[in-house]
Design a protein around this ligand. Structure first.
Ligand code: GLY
Length: 327
């Protein structure tokens, strides 16, 4: 543990950056608030930051409004392939899974990779075999697929729209049919936490992007891109266009800036600005520094987010929003 002094526990959540359509907005906000409450509850009971981010992400993986676990989007074959990562800032321990199928909660499998193997990343069949070995049994594909995901997939296949065009700077891309944009409801989920011992952790989970090529792995399970946690700086979870995020190692970009003296908010904004400048990519970030300041920023139209500190729940969906409730 980092130190024996007591820190104010903090959890910060995102439910994915994108132009979340109105029909999904309240479910998305409710989902991130429930996830924040779950993570904060763990911290208040003396749990670790790792326990908290896993608990928070589990809530969102089980909520069909989000593109993770149940509610994951479909690849070109109409199948679900999921990615997840978890990282413990104490000793930079991390575990990831990529392209796993028929797993209800990939974040728990990622945690098992971190804690029960000598490796940091397991993919595809090997990850599924490891899951069986440790008693995480498969679930039917249909139990993970929602009608919204099927509808979104049908639109993508009909219009043959690339997700690159949707997430990248639109000025440089072929215009996208607005009916396709309207069906894109969700993206990756993630959580970061600071526990009372000053330890940080981050977790991210996703079904990826609709109509991705089978076998495609995005940023989410890649340490330093989809998430990063280091007690020397802070913890970060990212969302948005995976190929852009991977190119700039977005999560590590944020912690690097915190190490250089920026606040978590300044670091989140600067890192997303760099991603836009260098690769014209859009996305979102949540962060908490080792000192307990919070970062939250997105360059997409919306991002469902929530955080809890000192018994106050903050949440929002649109730029500039900050609703506050006592918990
Ligand atoms: N950010 C999620 C993905 O691109 O897979």
């Amino acid at each position: 543990m980092a130190n024996l002094s007591t820190c104010e526990p903090i959890v910060v959540i995102h439910g994915g950056a994108w132009a979340i359509p109105d029909k999904l907005s309240s479910a998305s906000v409710d989902g991130v608030c429930s996830a924040a409450r779950a993570g904060y509850g763990v911290l208040k009971r003396g749990g670790t930051a790792v326990d908290a981010v896993e608990a928070a992400v589990l809530v969102m993986e089980d909520c069909p409004a989000f593109d993770a676990g149940t509610g994951s989007v479909l690849n070109t074959k109409g199948e679900v392939e999921m990615d997840s990562v978890i990282m413990d800032g104490r000793q930079l321990q991390c575990g990831s899974v990529a392209c796993v199928q028929n797993i209800k909660n990939p974040v728990s499998l990622a945690r098992a990779v971190m804690e029960k193997t000598d490796h940091t990343l397991l993919v595809g069949q090997g990850a599924n075999e490891f899951a069986e070995e440790i008693g995480i049994h498969t679930v039917p594909t249909d139990s993970l697929v929602t009608e919204d995901a099927r509808e979104e997939w049908r639109h993508f296949m009909k219009f043959k729209t690339t997700v690159n065009a949707l997430f990248r700077n639109r000025a440089e891309e072929t215009p996208v049919d607005s009916s396709v944009c309207d069906t894109i409801g969700h993206d990756t989920v993630g959580a970061v936490a600071l526990d009372k011992f000053g330890n940080t952790a981050a977790a991210t989970s996703t079904g990826g992007i609709t109509a991705k090529r089978p076998g495609r792995v995005g940023d989410s399970p890649i340490v330093g891109s989809g998430a990063y946690a280091d007690n020397d700086s802070g913890a970060v979870s990212t969302t948005g266009h995976g190929e852009s995020i991977t190119k700039v190692c977005l999560a590590r970009e944020v912690t690097h800036r915190i190490e250089e003296g920026m606040s978590a908010q300044e670091a989140s904004e600067a890192a997303l600005q760099k991603m836009n400048r260098r690769v014209q990519g859009s996305g979102g970030v949540v962060a908490v520094s080792k000192g307990g300041d919070i970062g939250k920023h997105f360059t997409t139209e919306r991002m469902a987010w929530a955080w809890i500190k000192a018994g106050k729940l903050h949440y929002g969906l649109n730029s500039g929003e900050d609703f506050v409730e006592d918990i």
